[in-house]
Design a protein around this ligand. Structure first.
Ligand code: PMP
Length: 410
């Protein structure tokens, strides 16, 4: 029943293939720049000190057990997540215009949002509304929306010439999208390019989207991790909220808490200010509960408990902000070091984009041949599109990497 004409062999996930090749490499000096997880200056996974503290507190709690969480997740976690994304005093929270569900990290939040849209969004339209996503985007976005049969389209995003935002291309494509289309936006630290719109550009994007009746879906996977400031990294979403949009948010705690494998995340539905807003939120929430129940029944507890403890305790929260500055600060230092070294070597080309870009990833502008040579000759592993994870660089290997880049570019 499952012959190869029906179930063809699928290609290996390129990220996981890359990781496997890195592990097989026996060279003494090798660098993994594919990895989408933070590493400390010794190249090791880093448990945030605040997560260690929260974990110890949790383990001491005599009331802790392994019962199921409610379908919507841990209430203290979802309410704290709302405050984190929208701000403590946000009208979205005080006017009860938001409903939130704890999810299987950011991917699960994207999925429940996608599933909800596929079932309920613009059902009366003659053509199913498409979701527009940046070219390039996190590869999984295509699959998550494709899986629930939402047509996917692209808007230009990255200029290969300048290694920065192709703002004209982006805004013109968004302008030409049919009314009712969904637009997927990375709230900050765009993956894979590291390129974000400026606040001025965000304002223009919002204005065009409002004028053309487009529906925003924000993916926020790096709040606090990008700049070190939670407010700064959350600015774009809140600007859209202030403009009165109805919108969706998929929130991940993988990177900013280092809780990757614990799968802590949250999905938010926000409705516009209107007299029936609370009624809308109640109806949407009731349908989300059915979707959640049928997909995962109820979300996993551990990661949400850790995050909840930290988010709801002022002292731990302050420690968390410190830890965020440690991670973002180290990454910003590595950007400076890499750019500085390349400029010192007078490596052909310009390298200011390395420090202009932000977050975990950088689109270096290296082409496929150069990426191949880095791997074959220098044991440096990165994706073919020239993306590097800044977290893979440290004071022990950044010079080696810059020298290798210099060699393949010349
Ligand atoms: N969106 C983006 C843009 C990401 O980079 C990631 C993490 N790689 C995610 C969502 C979701 O990741 P997770 O499911 O691990 O939270």
């Amino acid at each position: 029943a499952f012959g190869k004409d029906i179930v063809p062999q699928a290609p290996e996930d390129p990220m996981f293939g890359l990781m496997a090749a890195y592990r097989r490499d026996t060279a003494e000096m090798k660098i993994d720049l594919g990895i989408g997880a933070y590493r400390d200056n010794n190249g090791k996974p880093w448990i945030l000190p605040v997560v260690k503290q929260a974990d110890e507190l949790l383990r001491k709690d005599p009331n802790l057990n392994h019962e199921y969480l409610p379908i919507a997740g841990l209430p203290d976690f979802t309410s704290a997540s709302q405050k984190l994304v929208f701000g403590k005093d946000s009208p979205v929270v005080t006017e009860k215009r938001v409903v939130s569900f704890q999810t299987i990290s950011g991917t699960g939040a994207l999925h429940i949002g996608a599933l909800f849209l596929s079932k309920f969004y613009n059902r009366s339209a003659s053509e199913a509304p498409a979701i527009y996503m940046s070219n390039p985007t996190w590869a999984n976005h295509n699959q998550v929306f494709g899986n629930v049969n939402i047509p996917t389209k692209q808007y230009p995003y990255f200029s290969r010439e300048t290694c920065s935002l192709d703002f004209d291309g982006m805004i013109n494509t968004i302008k030409s999208a049919p009314a009712g289309s969904i637009v997927l936006l990375h709230a900050c630290a765009h993956n894979p390019t590291g390129v974000d719109p400026t606040q001025e550009q965000w304002k223009q994007i919002a204005s065009v989207m409002k004028e053309h009746h487009l529906f925003p879906f924000f993916d926020t996977a790096y709040q606090g991790f990008a700049s070190g400031s939670l407010a700064k990294d959350g600015w774009a979403i809140n600007y859209f909220v202030e403009q009165g949009f109805e919108l969706l948010v998929a929130q991940s705690y993988a990177k900013n808490f280092g809780l990757y494998g614990e799968r802590a995340g949250c999905f938010h539905f926000v409705t516009s200010p209107a007299s029936n807003a609370q009624d809308t939120v109640a109806r949407v929430g009731s349908q989300l509960a059915i979707l959640q129940r049928s997909e995962i029944s109820n979300p996993p507890a551990y990661g949400a408990r850790i995050a909840s403890l930290v988010l709801n305790d002022p002292k731990l929260f302050a420690q968390w902000e410190e830890d965020l500055r440690t991670m973002s600060g180290r990454i910003i230092e590595m950007r400076k070091a890499l750019r500085g070294k390349l400029e010192e070597l007078k490596t052909p080309g310009t390298w200011h984009h390395i420090t202009d870009q932000i977050g975990m990833f950088s689109f270096t502008g290296l082409d496929e041949r150069q990426v191949g040579e880095l791997r074959e000759k220098y044991h440096v592993y990165m994706t073919k599109n020239g993306r590097i994870s800044m977290a893979g660089l440290n004071t022990g290997n950044v010079e080696y990497f810059a020298d290798a880049v210099d060699a393949v570019v010349r």
